[in-house]
Each structure stands twice: as structure tokens, then as C-alpha cells.
Design a protein around this ligand. Sequence first.
Ligand SMILES: C[C@](O)(CO)[C@H](O)COP(=O)(O)OP(=O)(O)OC[C@H]1O[C@@H](n2ccc(N)nc2=O)[C@H](O)[C@@H]1O
Ligand SMILES: Nc1ncnc2c1ncn2[C@@H]1O[C@H](COP(=O)(O)OP(=O)(O)OP(=O)(O)O)[C@@H](O)[C@H]1O
Length: 279
Amino acid sequence: MAIEAFAPAKINLTLHVTGQRDDGYHLLDSLVVFAGIGDTIRVVPSDALTLEIDGPEAGGLSAEPDNLVLRAARLLAPGRGAAITLTKRLPVASGIGGGSADAAATLGAMSKLWDLPMPGAKQVLTLGADVPVCLSTSPARMRGIGERLDPVPPLPEMDIVLVNPRVAVSTPAVFRALEIKENPPMEPDLPCWRDLPAFISWLGGQRNDLAAPATAQQPVIGDVLDALRDAGALFASMSGSGATCFGLFPPDGHSAKSVAKAVLFLEHPEWWCTHGRVL
Ligand SMILES: C[C@](O)(CO)[C@H](O)COP(=O)(O)OP(=O)(O)OC[C@H]1O[C@@H](n2ccc(N)nc2=O)[C@H](O)[C@@H]1O
Ligand SMILES: Nc1ncnc2c1ncn2[C@@H]1O[C@H](COP(=O)(O)OP(=O)(O)OP(=O)(O)O)[C@@H](O)[C@H]1O
């Protein structure tokens, strides 16, 4: 029996850094969504725990024991064997939570395979601050360091273009470079957006507080945002600690596709660029 699980890209549509804990971790207030773009995990029973990585982004990663897929498998079922295949499509260390999504998908697949309960919230968080939100793959308001999750009002349908300029950004380095650690959160109750224009207009008043320090380290992030805006994105920003940026488009099935395939692909073939639907 093989179990397959999709590990979708996580996108921080907003990312407000609201404080810092004594242990150095930052407090966040973030509207997180997922896209129909991601990695795949395939698990089959086996005597030993093994990992094979294939897919277009496999080169960015090795199947070392500290791979988040193997760490998740060991956390859920210590000592049990499984042959896991990770098909890597999301660029590594790019702000769209690839490793966290893989860990969450592995936990889900392994718990089905072995009929085991999922680990508790505290244990899940030890795999990464983004793993709890990646377990649900539905839009959420994420607070604390990533452990406090609340549902959000229904979001309008939208398409998304993701662009990574192929520069690595270190999450700890970007957090460290953030000068002001206490910034305002989002409003206590998120509004009920009546349609896509209302949602876009609301997003225009939000922030990603990590965008400035990330762009200072990798100025090409500014070029990516300009390219998305010039191409007609309704809204463009950076996800997580970067360097991946996203542009939002009407859910008409062709706007995002033509921007991703024609404009950006032709203008910047050196960038990673893809499109999909916001889930
Ligand atoms: C920036 C975000 O992508 C927003 O969703 C996440 O908070 C990062 O989540 P992640 O990559 O799963 O993060 P982890 O692997 O847990 O942490 C990597 C490093 O980022 C910093 N870190 C992470 C999350 C957080 N709330 N505060 C932090 O300061 C810490 O230096 C930590 O050592
Ligand atoms: N399965 C995995 N996929 C991606 N990265 C992994 C994986 N396992 C371990 N890692 C390591 O985790 C680190 C973060 O990778 P990841 O792709 O999750 O970053 P990210 O997209 O910036 O995440 P976030 O948005 O949560 O900050 C990298 O240094 C990478 O080597």
C-alpha cells in the first residue's frame, strides 16, 4: 500500500512581526494561505526508514537524517520503517515553507500508513514554526511563533504567481536584521471581504515586516516585486523571509498563467516562476 500526500506552498499574504520572546523567536501575526503548487510525498511500508528525492528542485537538498521529512517520520513513528519519496518542486529555503510543508505531509501520510495518532502541537512545533499551519493547508491567521492558529473569514477566489530570483535567504539572518521587533499586529477581527477588490484594497494596508531586511540582503527581491507589479498583479509582496514573492491575479485561469509563462519566463528565464490557484 502506498500513501501519497501533497505538500502545498505556504504563502504569507501578510507578515507582521509584533515582538520577540526571551528565547529569540519572534512573535508573528500573519495571514497564511496555500497554493495548488507544491511537493509530493509518497510513503510505502519498508523494513528501514529511507528517503529518495526526485523532481526539478531535488538538487537543492540531500536526503540527510536532518531532512525535515525524516525528522517528521521519526517523530511520528520512532523505529518504524518506510520508504519515502519526496518529489521536490518548491525551491529550498525560499520563504514558501517547502520543508515545513514536506514535514506536515509526511506526518499525515505516516499516520495514515500506520494508523497512528498525530503528535501533539508542542512536538509538531519542534520541527519548525511553520509546520503547525502547514498541517491544515487552509487559510489561517497565524500568531505566536506559529503555534496559534485561527480560521479567517472566507477569502475571494484568486490565482497566484510565485517568483523566486534564485537567491538563497537565511530565515534567522533576516529576522536578526529586522531593526524594530515590535510592530503593530493586524486588527483584532479581520473584516469579511465582500469580493476580490475589497480584499486587495485591505491587503494594501498590510505589511511583510521582513521584506525590508530581506531586500537589503538581496536587492533582486525589489526587481521581482517591480516585475510582478509591471505585469499587472493586483497585489504583490514577499512571502515569509523571502526571497519568493507572489502576485495575485483574478481567478480567470489565464491572467496568472500568461504572466508566469509569457512575461516573466521570457524576461527572466533565470528566475523560478510558476502559477496556480490559491487553495
Ligand atoms: C518566517 C516564516 O516563514 C513565516 O511563516 C516562519 O516563521 C519561519 O518558519 P520556519 O522556517 O519553520 O522556522 P524555524 O525552522 O522554526 O526557525 C528558523 C529560524 O528562524 C527564526 N524564527 C523563526 C520563526 C519565528 N517565529 N521567529 C524566529 O525568530 C529563528 O532564528 C529560528 O531559528
Ligand atoms: N524536505 C525539505 N525541504 C526543504 N528544506 C529542507 C527540507 N529538509 C530540511 N530542509 C532545510 O530546511 C531549511 C529551510 O528550508 P525551507 O524550504 O523549508 O525554507 P523556507 O521556504 O524559507 O521556509 P519558511 O517559509 O518556513 O521559512 C533549509 O536550510 C533546508 O536545507
